[in-house]
Structure formats: structure tokens, C-alpha cells
Design a protein around this ligand. Structure first.
Ligand SMILES: [Zn+2]
Length: 495
């Protein structure tokens, strides 16, 4: 085995050297020869650095939040194609921001052909239990992009997809289209691929730019490879790794598990639970909404996840509250799992009620092209209308008031809203508190986000009876929130 790999490396290096001598520097051919891209059928590279949580910026003017990566390994088979990316990472708590104590994460993300899955130990499993594959069909596009935006991957895909090339600054710009995805690479005068750009679909950002830069090329174990890889997505870094080792042509044998191959994504499930007269908790998935029946219109709180969920929720809301238009959609914050369904409500004609800081962000994001996956709004081109606030906003039909408040001073997000119904004493919130199962013991360490939510309820003197968690399993009571943060004596604030 040892001997075989040395032979392979020698072949790669020799092919690269001999080809280099022949090709015009700075061309696709020269870069392909310099990297030995035709001889490299698989690759494994490792390093350390940073990973960033796409779509979860602490406010819409900030980059994606950073995690320290103590180990990163990508194993890619270009022939399948398939890839496995493993890392050990832990969130960096930003100065002046309170977050729950970060937990070490060890994700294993895999793609093979048209299947993607994660490997993770089952919840509550005994340590050492074999990890179970979790199908991730929505991740295929992104993980496939990650294969063809590696140096060898780009050069191979360029050759396989009739790339066009034009001279640029002593090197060349190389473009091709693979399926529906366009790729553009920049090769410098030293015949190094230094940048790749492409675009992938995203619910909030539409055709989302991905920009990968490669620098510090050197020879690793017989193969040329960048010592530094930085990938941005939607304008901010998602990965920044310094490479410490590279192996050309290692065995990368990734089999699609049976339960991944046979997985059929379930249809979007929507169920309705009545909380009060005209107030409905619209649940059924991981993220929920609330529909409020006003005199001549409907107000929906929260449009999570994606268009598929919004369409199913809208259909259910219209069935529950017939013959009224959805006039307002109240948005909690701009994290993508809470804003991915907003555009469907814009197409529906609803005004988006959100914190002032989010409006310019949505306006810019929604103006981006949507050629990869056009949604209802892309086809309808309805202009978005907004009502914004900084501290408080009230929607009223003359009978029922719906109060929207900023959740101030929380670490989760700086442009963060909760919704309160004073007559019904119902509070709606996301990501501040997720109640545990009824009668489960309170957490050993209270969440600072839950503490902050309770402080806001007290500061605003809200008389809360029910807390409808819209990114949590259920509706709970204020006493349960108090217990969760170690407040054993319920206090009854007066308004
Ligand atoms: Zn969030």
C-alpha cells in the first residue's frame, strides 16, 4: 500500500513536470498540468481554521458567526463524484455578546451523486454507538458545488464541460456551465488557479454568490495544492482553512446507505391548534406560525424555512379563516430559518412587519436574480411593502391589538421581535426559549436567551399567560419559563 501510493505520487509529479514544460503559462492547460489534475482521481486534505454559520448573522449588517475549527478533513472522489467533510469546531463567543456556553460539534457531511447525508450519533445514544446516517437532500447542491470548487475539481469540471478561456492579466479567465450552475475561474501568470466563483440557490438570497480563493500554493507530498483556502457565501466567509497535509489518490470509497438511497422527504405537515378565539398556533414541523383572525383580514406571525412551508401554511390558514386576505406577516428576525418563507407572503400581498434594521437587508437580498430556483415572487414580481419599528409596533383592527416588541439586549439577534396579545395574554417568540417536555426537569444551566426573554417581559410589564414557542415544540406557561430560568416565585406584573 505504502509502495503503491509513492508510485502514484511519482507519476503525478512526473506528469505535472513534463506537461508544465510544454504549456503556455497562465492557461487552463498549464494549470491542469501544474496541478496534475488529470492524474488526481481523488484527494484528501486537512487543516485548521474557521468555519462560519451561514444565514445566522447576529444582525443583518454583520458577517456569519465564527467557529474555531481544530481539525478539518475533506476526502473527495472526483470520479463518483463523492465527498466527505469532517470537522471539529466550537463557536467563538463574540466580545459584548452573551451566548449559551458553546458546545463542541463534530459534524460529518457526505455527498455522493444525487444523495447527501450527515453522520451523527443518534440523540441520547451511548458514547461509542455507531453513527446513523441522516438524509439531507437539500444539501446536495451545496456539497456538489464544494467538489467542483476545489482546485483539481474545477480544472476537471472545466475539461468535462467545454470551458471557454480568455486571457486576463497574464493568466486567464475560464468559464463553464455544469448543469444549471455557472463556474468562473481565474488562473494567474504562474498557472495557479487562484479563484473560483459560482452561484447556488438560497431561500433568502436567491442566486447566492460563492467565491473561493486559493493562495500559498506549494508541494504537499508530491502534489501542488494551496496552503490556504477561503470560501465566502452571500458575501461573507463560510470557511477559512490553512492546509497542513494533502494526499493525492487516496482510497475514498463512499457508499450511499440504504436508508439514504430510499429516503423520500415527507410532505410538509401543517396542523392547527386553537389558542384563543381567532388565534391559531399553526404547527406540524420544527418551526411554527400563528394566524390571527382580524375583522377583515388575517395577520400571520412568522414565515419560517422555505416557500414549501409558506404555501402549505397559507393554504391551511385560508381553510381555517376563510374569505379574508393575509394582510400582515410579522417576522421575528432575519436568520434564514426564520425568513426563508417571507417572499411567499410578499407574493400573497402581505405587508412585512419587521425590525427597522432588517428592511434594507431584505430589500437588497430580494432584488438578487433567482434563475436557479425561481419562487412565486420571482414569477409575480410583486413589490415588497414593509412596516418597520425599533421598539414597539401595534397592529389593530379596532377590536384586537397585536403588539410587536423588540427583544432588547439579547445575544441571539439585535433586530429581534416577539409578539404579544394583551387581551388573550399570549406571547409568541422564537429562539429565545424552547420549552422542554412537560414535567421534564429544568435545565441545569439556564439559557441566557431565556433569561433575557423573561427580563423583556418584565421590563415591558406584559401579563403573559401562554408562551407560544414558534421554534420549539409547544405552547407553555409563564410559570414554566420562570422554572426554566430558576425563578421559583412567579411574580405577576401589572400593566
Ligand atoms: Zn435565530
Amino acid at each position: 500500500m505504502q509502495k503503491l501510493s509513492f508510485t502514484v505520487i511519482a507519476v503525478v509529479a512526473a506528469a505535472a513536470l513534463s506537461a508544465c514544460a510544454r504549456e503556455e503559462p497562465g492557461t487552463l492547460q498549464a494549470a491542469t498540468a501544474a496541478l496534475g489534475a488529470n492524474e488526481v482521481r481523488s484527494i484528501e486534505y486537512s487543516g485548521t481554521g474557521k468555519w462560519f454559520q451561514f444565514g445566522q448573522a447576529p444582525n443583518p449588517t454583520l458577517p456569519w458567526p465564527a467557529f474555531d475549527v481544530s481539525s478539518f478533513t475533506a476526502s473527495i472522489n472526483y470520479e463518483t463524484p463523492a465527498a466527505r467533510v469532517q470537522m471539529d469546531r466550537i463557536q467563538v463567543v463574540e466580545p459584548n455578546r452573551v451566548r449559551p456556553a458553546p458546545v463542541q460539534q463534530r459534524p460529518v457531511q457526505v455527498v455522493s451523486g444525487t444523495h447527501a447525508w450527515n453522520m451523527a450519533a443518534p440523540a441520547g445514544a451511548v458514547p461509542g454507538t455507531a453513527p446513523a446516517p441522516q438524509p439531507q437532500p437539500a444539501a446536495v447542491e451545496e456539497r456538489t458545488m464544494e467538489i467542483w470548487t476545489t482546485p483539481h475539481g474545477f480544472l476537471k469540471a472545466a475539461a468535462a464541460n467545454n470551458a471557454t478561456s480568455q486571457p486576463s492579466n497574464g493568466g486567464s479567465e475560464v468559464s463553464f456551465t455544469a448543469g444549471t450552475h455557472k463556474y468562473v475561474g481565474r488562473i494567474n501568470a504562474q498557472s495557479q488557479l487562484e479563484r473560483v466563483q459560482t452561484w447556488i440557490d438560497n431561500t433568502v438570497l436567491g442566486d447566492t454568490p460563492v467565491d473561493v480563493t486559493f493562495s500559498d500554493y506549494r508541494e504537499f507530498n508530491g502534489v501542488m495544492f494551496p496552503g490556504k483556502i477561503v470560501r465566502t457565501q452571500g458575501g461573507h466567509p463560510v470557511l477559512d482553512v490553512t492546509i497542513s497535509s494533502v494526499t493525492a489518490n487516496p482510497p475514498v470509497d463512499i457508499q450511499v446507505p440504504d436508508q439514504v438511497r430510499s429516503f423520500i422527504p415527507p410532505a410538509v405537515n401543517v396542523e392547527v391548534e386553537k389558542l384563543a378565539n381567532g388565534v391559531y398556533y399553526v404547527k406540524g414541523g420544527s418551526h411554527h406560525s400563528v394566524a390571527i383572525d382580524q375583522r377583515d383580514h388575517i395577520v400571520v406571525v412568522e414565515a419560517p424555512q422555505d416557500e414549501a412551508r409558506s404555501l402549505a401554511v397559507i393554504a391551511k390558514v385560508k381553510e381555517t379563516i376563510p374569505n379574508k386576505p393575509i394582510r400582515y406577516l410579522v417576522n421575528s428576525h432575519a436568520h434564514f430559518d426564520h425568513s426563508g418563507g417571507l417572499r411567499t407572503y410578499v407574493a400573497e400581498g402581505a405587508t412585512i412587519v419587521t425590525h427597522q434594521m432588517n428592511r434594507p437587508y431584505y430589500e437588497q437580498a430580494w432584488a438578487a436574480p433567482r434563475t436557479l430556483n425561481p419562487d412565486t415572487l420571482a414569477k409575480a414580481s410583486t413589490p415588497a411593502t414593509f412596516e418597520t419599528f425599533t421598539d414597539k409596533h401595534v397592529l389593530s383592527d379596532g377590536r384586537r391589538a397585536i403588539e410587536v416588541y423588540q427583544i432588547a439586549g439579547g445575544g441571539h439577534n439585535d433586530a429581534f421581535a416577539m409578539v404579544y396579545l394583551p387581551a388573550e395574554k399570549i406571547l409568541m417568540e422564537v429562539d429565545a426559549w424552547a420549552p422542554t417536555a412537560p414535567n421534564a426537569p429544568p435545565p441545569a444551566v439556564p439559557s441566557p436567551f431565556a433569561i433575557n426573554l423573561y427580563e423583556n417581559i418584565q421590563r415591558l410589564k406584559l401579563d403573559v399567560r401562554q408562551v407560544a414557542a414558534l421554534h420549539g415544540p409547544r405552547v407553555a406557561t409563564l410559570a414554566e419559563l420562570q422554572a426554566a430560568i430558576g425563578q421559583s416565585t412567579p411574580t405577576a406584573p401589572t400593566r
